[in-house]
Design a protein around this ligand. Structure first.
Ligand SMILES: [Zn+2]
Length: 464
């Protein structure tokens, strides 16, 4: 009762004080964009299945497998992915993103790495990525033995002896890890490029390679993006998103995990909240479970390669993994649930389309890189400022109690760059702001957070 009373007071106060606030506009924003509804509905289970069967037919897509064959190995696989995406639309710019990598770390020989990249140019250069990794790995016992610390998995297949010229040429079908993320990426490249929608952001559908050797293809691309100042705004990486049967017998085809590195109000966490908010609206039958950690224990994925170079990136992971199939010759088509993979593709499509139609998220820092939040004018108010975003027609302010994981309240304001929320102690809440275009497409939130404090050591006199 108490909480409700406080909320009502807040709303009344907001309506009178927040400049540009309009109830009529706030009511209309629950409407979904029919073009995105259609895009989401276009995801095809049948096509996802055909792509997975084709990927499986290459027998191995190991980064270090032989490239001599036209039908087997990583060379054949990357060529097929390239040709497949080239056929989708003349608007789609498909190319190899190639690197020559000398022997190092888990790269057991000099190798040419080729990510396969499809770019759908938007009106602006800012980029939204949907990605997976097409390379595979299988080793005796697979991930099941590694997890259980069991050297003798009774049912484990042993990979054939390695060829020194192609040290990872053994069977490694990788249909879920990460044929699933690759198929999702290829399918979204098709439906976005054929949608006829004029996106603001440039969309990039990226099939990485070298993931199993330490996120190598993703790291190389992220390094290039830093060097060439490519404005990557968000990366939606999908890795092992096709199975709904956990290895422990638990089945869950209705939820998807989204891992996001901290700290708690990092852009990657905002991206995860955004995916939950907009994935939930366009695909209400599928639940997004944001995970406030970089990834699973002891496991890694390509989103982290982007995070480590300062980019906003999250990792989609199926809710119930079957470790005995991972990194194992048993990672076959039989382990896939096409309805589940399609639901995950729909959530990706809804989030990526909304982001790409929305303006960029606001910048809330002043020129000294401090968040523009004060207690003015009364000394007890929340006074928020942000920099105007090109293409924005409105903004939405979000807040929550400072001990909380997700936004609790929000209010839409007009095309302004400041707002005052009276008697809201900025020390008790986390605040954020998102930008909205004339069509109601919303960016992810930028939160008002203080940077870490500098530590000034105290010196003492000798002997004191
Ligand atoms: Zn993987």
């Amino acid at each position: 009762m108490m909480t409700r009373f406080r909320a009502l007071l807040l709303t009344a106060a907001l309506a009178s004080v927040v400049s540009g606030f309009s109830r009529a506009v706030a009511a209309q924003d629950s409407d979904l964009d029919p073009r995105i509804v259609k895009l989401v509905a276009t995801v095809s289970e049948e096509r996802l299945g055909l792509i997975l069967k084709k990927l499986e037919s290459f027998e191995t897509r190991s980064t270090l497998s032989s490239t001599a064959s036209a039908t087997r190995g990583v060379g054949a696989a990357r060529q097929w992915i390239l040709t497949e995406m080239q056929a989708f639309s003349p608007k789609l710019q498909v190319s190899f993103d190639t690197y020559h990598v000398p022997k190092q770390g888990r790269i057991a020989r000099d190798v040419e790495l080729r990510n396969v990249m499809a770019v759908l140019p938007g009106r602006s250069p800012r980029r939204i990525y949907v990605s997976g990794h097409y390379d595979t790995l299988a080793r005796p016992g697979g991930q099941g033995a590694a997890n259980a610390a069991a050297p003798t998995d009774a049912d484990a297949r042993t990979a054939p002896a390695a060829d020194p010229n192609a040290p990872l040429d053994n069977l490694a079908p990788g249909v879920n890890d990460d044929g699933s993320g690759t198929a999702l990426t290829i399918e979204l490249a098709r439906l976005f490029s054929q949608s006829g929608i004029d996106f603001d952001a440039t969309l990039v559908f990226m099939c990485h390679v070298g993931e199993e050797q330490g996120l190598v293809g993703a790291r190389l691309h992220a390094q290039k993006a830093v060097a060439e100042k490519i404005p990557i705004e968000a990366v939606l990486n999908n890795d092992i998103v096709g199975g709904d049967h956990g290895g422990n017998g638990i089945v869950d085809g209705a939820t998807i995990r989204v891992y996001a590195e901290g700290p708690e109000d990092s852009p990657s966490r905002q991206l995860a909240r955004f995916i939950q908010r907009w994935g939930g609206r366009y695909v209400p039958s599928h639940k997004v479970r944001p995970m406030a950690r970089p990834d699973r224990f002891g496991r890694g994925g390509d989103h982290s390669a982007y995070n480590q170079l300062g980019f906003t990136a999250v990792g989609f992971r199926e809710s119930r993994e079957n470790f005995t199939r991972q990194h194992d010759v048993r990672d076959t088509y039989e382990g896939i649930s096409l309805p589940y993979l399609a639901q995950n593709a729909r959530v990706n499509a809804a989030a990526a389309a909304t982001l790409a139609l929305a303006p960029a998220p606001p910048d809330v820092l002043n020129d000294r890189r401090q968040p523009m939040i004060t207690r003015a004018p009364s000394g007890y108010d929340a006074n928020l400022k942000w920099n105007a975003v090109p293409g924005a027609a409105a903004y939405r302010i979000f807040w929550r109690e400072a001990w909380g994981s997700d936004w609790q309240q929000d209010v839409r304001v007009g095309n302004v760059t400041s707002a005052i929320l009276p008697n809201m102690q900025i020390d008790d809440y986390v605040f954020g702001v998102a930008s909205i275009d004339a069509g109601g497409h919303e960016s992810f939130v930028t939160a008002y957070v203080s940077g870490p404090r500098t530590n000034t050591p105290i010196t003492t006199k000798p002997g004191s």
